[in-house]
Design a binder for this molecule. Structure first.
Ligand code: GDP
Length: 366
């Protein structure tokens, strides 16, 4: 077929006619399609600890497609009775604090104790960067080669609430698959800590020394959530500074109100890179779990988290429904203009939109 670009009016440009496509090298090769699994296939595979089925189930949980979600929810529901039997540990710290280096060695420590470990992550920024920075296998070289470690990067789509819910659902699946140690990693700079805190039993804050004002850069709220602070890079000529930072953190923690568990958060120093004093970090975590088992706080906190997640899920679903109603979106746009032009107050505008939404739903019901 003649290319229009070869017309005389486009001088300096000629397009060769294409070559015929060679036949497929293997004419018998068909596009490989993995067979669809039923809900029961998923559940059976997960309960058997089949990593590939678990991975596929997590992909389903992360999917935004409604059909996938329906299956995912059923799978989760059926896995629930087999979940819960684990220690869930949140790990946070600013970028560069040494989270991935540390998780790599913490993970090996946990595996040596005979456990199975899942490493998950919550990283809302991955929505923007299209690909998660956290929980990435390439960051945890040693751990990623271990058969008993399941590493999964952060789900990337959706709001923080949505991402967090998916991670929590993934925890359920991992536990049902026999993973009895769960790490949830997050960057210690924003909102995601609250989400992680609401799904873990122990919250570890990784800190650095020698950055000037030791307490700078980390939000007070994050420190208040921590059950333990581990000061990393306590090696070489950084040892004295790390110890000094530990003392400063201990002093600072004294000024904080008691934690709901009445556990006094501890501060330890270690080196993830040189694998020094890793035991000290884990002894602290073990002490915490013994303490909360003894006081019953472990169960209490888990129950509170269940309640929190029910309400958070309702909240998320309502928002989704509200903002995805086209009529509401149109009215919101109008109201926004009116508010910006000082024609209406934000409060009455909000009330109008809500009233409209509620009346829409009432009409649908009647
Ligand atoms: P993340 O961003 O929190 O995951 O931090 P990384 O684990 O990627 O570590 C950031 C940098 O700090 C890397 O260059 C590591 O090699 C280095 N690092 C991590 N842990 C240690 C440690 O214990 N001692 C020293 N000296 N460097 C470390």
């Amino acid at each position: 077929m003649e290319h229009p670009e070869n017309d005389k009016e486009y001088r300096g440009l000629t397009v060769n006619s294409g070559v015929k496509m060679p036949p497929s090298i293997n004419p018998y090769r068909r596009a490989r399609r993995r067979p669809q699994l039923s809900v029961n296939d998923y559940v059976e595979g997960i309960l058997k600890g089949d990593v590939s089925v678990l991975g596929r189930a997590v992909t389903l949980v992360e999917s935004v497609a409604e059909a996938h979600q329906a299956v995912a929810q059923e799978v989760i529901e059926k896995c629930l009775p087999y979940s819960g039997n684990s220690r869930r540990i949140g790990i946070t710290g600013v970028p560069g604090a040494g989270k991935s280096t540390s998780i790599d060695v913490f993970g090996l420590h946990v595996l040596r104790e005979g456990h199975k470990l899942a490493v998950l992550a919550i990283d809302p920024s991955s929505e923007r960067t299209h690909g998660s920075i956290l929980g990435d296998k390439t960051r945890m070289e040693k751990l990623s080669q271990q058969r008993d470690a399941f590493i999964r990067p952060s789900p990337s789509a959706g709001s923080l609430g949505g991402v967090a819910r998916k991670t929590r659902e993934t925890i359920v699946l991992c536990e049902a698959a026999g993973y009895d140690r769960i790490f949830v990693e997050t960057v210690g700079v924003g909102q995601s800590e609250t989400a992680v805190h609401s799904m873990v039993d122990f919250f570890l804050l990784i800190q650095l020394a020698g950055t000037g004002d030791e307490l700078q850069g980390i939000k007070r709220g994050i420190m208040e959530m921590a059950d333990g602070i581990a000061i990393n890079k306590c090696d070489g000529d950084n040892i004295d500074r790390a110890k000094l930072a530990a003392a400063q953190f201990r002093n600072a923690l004294h000024l904080f109100p008691p934690t709901p568990s009445k556990w006094r958060p501890e501060v330890v120093t270690y080196s993830g890179y040189y694998e020094l004093d890793i035991d000290k970090v884990w002894d602290m975590i073990d002490r915490y779990f013994e303490y909360v088992d003894r006081t019953g706080y472990f169960q209490r906190k888990r129950q509170e988290q269940e309640k929190y997640w029910m309400l958070a899920t309702i909240d998320e679903a309502l928002r989704h429904r509200f903002y995805n109603t086209p009529e509401v979106a149109a009215l919101l746009e109008q109201k926004e203009l009116r508010v910006l032009n000082n024609e209406q107050s934000s409060f009455t505008a909000a009330r109008d939109v809500l009233d409209f939404y509620f009346s829409m739903n009432r009409e649908k019901r009647d």
